[in-house]
Design a protein around this ligand. Structure first.
Ligand SMILES: *Cc1c(COP(=O)(O)O)cnc(C)c1O
Length: 353
């Protein structure tokens, strides 16, 4: 090791799913929405002027904050926005997880959590999911420096009932509990209703999945005014202008089109329920997903082999070479046509293997 290397912050980075150059690929590997953003977003894009590029954006992104507050039925002072929920979550780790005690999150979960904990030198302890890949609330009732979990969990899709979330929040009122609701719009019940009762709760949501805007990078946190103020203080000490003018305008247009949002999320829920039936009949098992993906394992065929075979066919899904889940595939819910192509391939493949 070179002398200067000893003082370098070394991290093992998060590895996102592949973004293939070939547009013909059926892309079921990164939980993107198969439908385009709202027509209102296209119209807002056409109204954009280069003036918005010359000038700095509003550091508070007030227009977007107001639109999100309006659709969520909370005060604008209860909303913090960022460049995707990854940015919001990273800021929340930095702001709220500063204890000597370990933060707690599931052993099988969003693989960014341990990366941020390592990056910010936050001690952590993973709590094992049960054999059905469900979060065990008992794991989160011990002393800790904070709690975070996605609901529904990723990559399992399993939903934790609201009563159990409340129990975790109620037991941990001396720390911040973050519920990452990246997939909540696909049929789960948001924990938003608990915000009036518990000031230690922070909810994080995103425009990447249910609003079809992963490439625009818009995420937000909902919490009490005090938590939001602490988040903004950290953000303004880091980079005031995280949200660019295009994201602010197009995000506002997306937030205000509740009708289109309803329509696409219902379509995805319907396709997911049909996918569950098809996959079960093909011999796959999975936790009952309330997200826009299924986390499946097959009774006979190994996940890694199937992953390679699908990829060769131009169907991309996600495989995690990690303990406990290395015989599973995470399959995003695409359009009905895309899913039919997947089922056809699987039917043929499984006859031969
Ligand atoms: C997709 C995802 C995110 C991050 O999404 P952004 O695109 O950064 O908003 C956060 N948490 C979970 C669990 C996710 O799956």
């Amino acid at each position: 090791m070179k002398a200067w290397e000893s003082n370098i912050r070394k991290v093992v980075p998060y590895v996102p799913g592949e973004q293939p150059k070939n547009k013909k690929v059926i892309k079921l590997n990164t939980n993107e929405n198969p439908y385009p953003p709202s027509q209102k977003v296209t119209e807002a894009l056409h109204r954009m002027e280069t003036e918005g590029m010359r000038k700095y954006p509003d550091p508070a992104a007030q227009q977007l904050v107001d639109a999100i507050a309006h659709t969520q039925g909370v005060k604008p002072s209860q909303i913090f926005v960022g460049v995707g929920s990854d940015d919001v979550l990273a800021m929340a780790f930095l702001t709220f997880f500063n204890s000597e005690k370990p933060i707690l999150f599931p052993d099988i979960t969003y693989s960014f959590y341990d990366v941020w904990a390592d990056l910010f030198r936050i001690p952590y302890e993973c709590q094992k999911l049960d054999e059905n890949f469900q979060i065990r609330k008992e794991g989160y009732l011990k002393e800790n420096g904070g709690v975070i979990f996605p609901n529904p969990n990723a990559p399992t899709g399993a939903l934790l009932p609201l009563e159990e979330i409340e129990e975790i929040v109620r037991h941990n009122q001396d720390v911040i509990v973050i519920v990452d609701e990246a997939y909540i719009d696909f049929g789960g019940i948001t924990a938003k209703g608990l915000l009036q009762k518990y000031e230690n709760l922070l909810i994080v949501q995103t425009f990447s999945k249910s609003r079809s805007m992963a490439g625009m990078r818009i995420g937000y946190a909902i919490g009490n005014e005090e938590l939001i103020k602490y988040l903004n203080d950290v953000k303004y000490s880091f980079n005031s202008y995280t949200m660019n003018n295009t994201a602010i305008s197009l995000g506002t247009a997306a937030a205000l089109d509740q009708e289109y949002f309803e329509e696409t999320r219902q379509k995805i829920i319907a396709t997911r329920e049909r996918t569950k039936k098809e996959m079960a009949s093909l011999g796959f098992t999975f936790a009952d997903s309330m997200a826009n993906f299924l986390f499946v394992t097959h009774e006979r065929v190994k996940a890694k082999e199937l992953f390679e075979a699908l990829k060769a066919e131009g169907i991309y899904v996600r495989y995690f070479n990690k303990p406990r889940i290395d015989n599973h595939l995470r399959i995003t819910i695409g359009t009905d046509e895309e899913m039919d192509t997947l089922f056809d391939f699987l039917r043929t493949y499984l006859k031969k293997h």
